[in-house]
Ligand binder design. Structure first.
Ligand code: F6P
Length: 417
C-alpha cells in the first residue's frame, strides 16, 4: 500500500442492476487520473469487517466493464448491515460493527468510501455518515423509486427488457387471439410497468398508484373485441394491490427483510379467464429485468455517477449522494433520498398521454374527456413507503407457477417490511 497516495473504497450493496460495473469503472478511471488508488470491498457492506475482504481496482482490471452486467464486487441485501425495514422503520446498526468499519477505513488509509445502493443500502451509508465515516452515496435500482434523483441507473435497462418482452408477447398473443398478462418488478412504484407498458403497446396497465378493479379490466377487453381487436396485452406491476387492497407476495415476510412481492399476474389472468372465458396467459418477467448489460442511457448515467462520486470525495462532501437532475448530475444529502418513496403521480403527463390514447389503468375514467393538462413531474415524492390500503380479504388460491414459491396474499401493513 502506498501511504502517500490517497485511497478511496467502493462497494455495491443490495439487489444488483445493470450499470454497477460501469459506475466502478468510471470511478476508477477518474481516481487514477487524479493520482488516487481505489479498492473494492466484496459482497457489499459485509466486506468491510470480520473478515475485511477487498480487491485493488485499477484501470487495467476494470477494462471492458462498461458493458458488463451484475457487479464484479458481489452484493448482498441481507446480512449484518440492516438499517431499515420499509420506510422510516430505522434499525440502528450494531455499534461494534460501526467501530469495525471505522477501523477498517483508518487501517486502509481511506479518504472516502463510495457506497452504491438503493434505499436500504443508502440508509446504512447515512448511519455511517452519522458516526463520522467519510461516505458518499450513489443511487441504483431498477425500480427508480428513490426520491431526490430523477432517475436511477438500471431502470432504463429494466424498461428495455420489459418492452422487449411485450413486443414478443404481442406477436404470439395476436397469433392465438389471447390475453397476455406480463408481471414486472418495481416494488411499490409503478415506473417499470408504466414506461414499458406505454413503450411496448400495452392495452391495460395496473399500477400500485392507481386503484383498479376487474370490472374495468374486463370492460376494456370487451371494448377491444368489439372494435375487432382480438388480443390484449396487460402489464401488471408486482406491487399493484388487488382490488381488495391486498398485495400479492411470493413468500411470507421474514424478519428484517422486505417482503418478496410477486404473483399478481397469475391472479389477474385467472380472474379474467373465469369472468370472460377467454384464453389468458401470464408470465413473470422476474430477474431478467436485472440481468445483462446496461442500456446506453444507463452506461452514460452510471459513468457520470462514478465520476461525480470521486469528485464528492475529493471535495470532502461526505454524507451526500450523487443524483440525476437532468441535464445536470449533482448531489443531495443522503438523508433527503432515503425513506421517501418516489411513486408515479396518478395525474402525470405519462399517465394522461396513455389515457388519451385509450390505454386503461383498470379504473373508471371517462376516456373521451381525458384532460391533457398534467403535473410538471411524473413523480410524486414523500409518500409513505406503502400506500394506505384496506384490510385484505383472502384471494382464491392460484396454481403456483413452476419454480415460483406458492402465492399468498398478505396485509399491506405487513408487506411494507
Ligand atoms: O428492488 C429491486 C427489485 O428487483 C424489485 O423490483 C424486486 O421486488 C426485488 O428487487 C426482488 O428482490 P430479490 O432479488 O431479493 O428477490
Amino acid at each position: 500500500m502506498n501511504r502517500s497516495k490517497k485511497r478511496i473504497g467502493i462497494l455495491t450493496s443490495g439487489g444488483d442492476c445493470p450499470g454497477l460495473n460501469a459506475v466502478i469503472r468510471g470511478a476508477v478511471k477518474v481516481a487514477d487520473r487524479y493520482g488516487m488508488e481505489m479498492i473494492g470491498f466484496l459482497r457489499g457492506y459485509e466486506g468491510l469487517v470480520d473478515p475485511v475482504s477487498y480487491i485493488t481496482l485499477e484501470p487495467r482490471n476494470t477494462r471492458g466493464m462498461l458493458r458488463q452486467g451484475g457487479t464484479i464486487l458481489g452484493s448482498t441485501n441481507k446480512g449484518r448491515f440492516a438499517a431499515t425495514v420499509g420506510v422510516s422503520d430505522r434499525i440502528n446498526i450494531d455499534p461494534h460493527l460501526l467501530d469495525g468499519v471505522k477501523k477498517t477505513c483508518e487501517q486502509l488509509n481511506l479518504c472516502g468510501l463510495i457506497c452504491i445502493g438503493g434505499d436500504g443500502s443508502l440508509a446504512v451509508a447515512q448511519q455511517f455518515h452519522e458516526v463520522g465515516i467519510p461516505v458518499v452515496g450513489v443511487p441504483k435500482t431498477i425500480d427508480n423509486d428513490l426520491s431526490a434523483t430523477a432517475f436511477t441507473f438500471g431502470f432504463d435497462s429494466a424498461v428495455n427488457c420489459a418492452t422487449d418482452a411485450l413486443d414478443r408477447l404481442a406477436t404470439t398473443a395476436a397469433s392465438h387471439e389471447r390475453i397476455m398478462v406480463l408481471e414486472v418488478m418495481g416494488r411499490h412504484a409503478g415506473w417499470i410497468a408504466l414506461y414499458s407498458g406505454i413503450a411496448g403497446g400495452g392495452d391495460i396497465i395496473l399500477l400500485p398508484e392507481i386503484p383498479w378493479n376487474f370490472d374495468e379490466v374486463c370492460a376494456k377487453i370487451l371494448e377491444r373485441e368489439k372494435a375487432g381487436k382480438r388480443y390484449t396485452l396487460i402489464v401488471a406491476a408486482e406491487g399493484a394491490p388487488l382490488p381488495d387492497g391486498s398485495l400479492v407476495a411470493a413468500e411470507r415476510r421474514q424478519e428484517n427483510r422486505q417482503t418478496k412481492l410477486g404473483g399478481i399476474g397469475g391472479i389477474v389472468a385467472a380472474e379474467i379467464e373465469k369472468r370472460l372465458g377467454r384464453e389468458t396467459r401470464s408470465m413473470v418477467l422476474g430477474h431478467l429485468q436485472r440481468g445483462g448489460g446496461p442500456s446506453t442511457f444507463d452506461r452514460l448515467m452510471a459513468t457520470q455517477f462514478g465520476a461525480h462520486a470521486v469528485r464528492l470525495v475529493m471535495e470532502g462532501r461526505f454524507g451526500e449522494m450523487v443524483c440525476s437532475n437532468p441535464p445536470a448530475i449533482n448531489s443531495v444529502p443522503i438523508m433527503d433520498a432515503v425513506n421517501r418513496l418516489k411513486q408515479v403521480h396518478p395525474q402525470c403527463s405519462s399517465v394522461q398521454a396513455a389515457r388519451a390514447m385509450g390505454i386503461s389503468f383498470g379504473d373508471r375514467v371517462d376516456q373521451t374527456h381525458v384532460p391533457l393538462t398534467h403535473e410538471d413531474s411524473d413523480a410524486r415524492v414523500g409518500l409513505d413507503r406503502v400506500p394506505a390500503l384496506t384490510t385484505p380479504t383472502p384471494v382464491a388460491p392460484v396454481t403456483p407457477i413452476a419454480n415460483f414459491a406458492p402465492i399468498t396474499t398478505i396485509a399491506a401493513s405487513q408487506a411494507t417490511n
